[in-house]
Design a protein around this ligand. Sequence first.
Ligand code: ZN
Length: 353
Amino acid sequence: MTMEYLQELSEAIGVSGNEEAVRRVILKAIEGHVEDVKIDPMGTITALKRGTDGANRPRVMLAAHMDEVGFMVTGWDGDGLLKFTAVGGIDDRILPGLRVKVGEKQLPGVILWTPIHKNREQAVVKMTNLRIDIGAGKDEVSGKVKRGDRIAFDSTYMPIGDSIIRGKSLDDRAGCSVLVDILRGGEYPCDILAAFTVQEEIGLRGAQVAVKALNPDAALVLECTTAHDLPNPLADPDSHDPRDLNPTTRLGMGPALTFMDRSMVTAPQMVALLKSAAEANGIPYGFKTQLGGGTDGGAIHKGNAGVPTGAISIPARYIHSPHAYLHRDDYANAVRLAQAALHAMTWEAIKPL
Ligand SMILES: [Zn+2]
């Protein structure tokens, strides 16, 4: 595990469709470790890492998405407060009072809230009623922001204790960082077709295009997924225990493998390949059986004439918020599992069962 670039990746701002800052970090990190680096018309980075036995092995696409959820400026009121809309899936209820960064210049702002002595009876929070206050009056605001400017969560990357990393956009900068570490960290028998994709959070759009250009024989998606190991704050306060006592994803359990989510039913041979690679190498893993969410695999497995695709996901708490938590061991084990899977990737292993 190196994680050398995770902080820089987490702190870079790349709300879907505007991933430039993340792209710069990745291009720097992979330089000299890959060949044939390209940026496709949508902004996805693709690169080739040649395998030691590439001619006899399937060509494997490894995908991680560069974009993060955030917001976009849609206008402003007469008092200079910004109206905005979400880019990607964000829960309106977490927003009031959060710090954000607006536009290219990363202007500091706060999402408005009303002090408790005014809002004791306030009903549900709706994004359309919220505004962002950048401290500008109506005459200044048009000189500072434009409609379409992206808005990102304002957050600081921080190790907590010995095992936890806290940061923005670990979904999916952790996946990007795993892919960087794989490309920098060793030799593999098969050719790796790396794809750092764009616009995953708004519909797997970059991956849809990248898979056509790369035409892989198999694919692995490197992701971050929700850890289901917390009590539910919306549970009835009188219920005996609002906690899911059998969470399928937990911090520290190892990477999660997916049978099915909203975007894909994982090819059984890819589940089997990942499971046996983990077991043969003593890598802890679990199965994610909550079926929500999706990954770039949703687009990749339907690419070209069909691509057997698996997903390796690091469980993280509080994804799609300013502060996600992940466990260092899960990260390290995701790298190890992806590397073990690359060594096990043969034509025989990816054949439909
Ligand atoms: Zn993601």
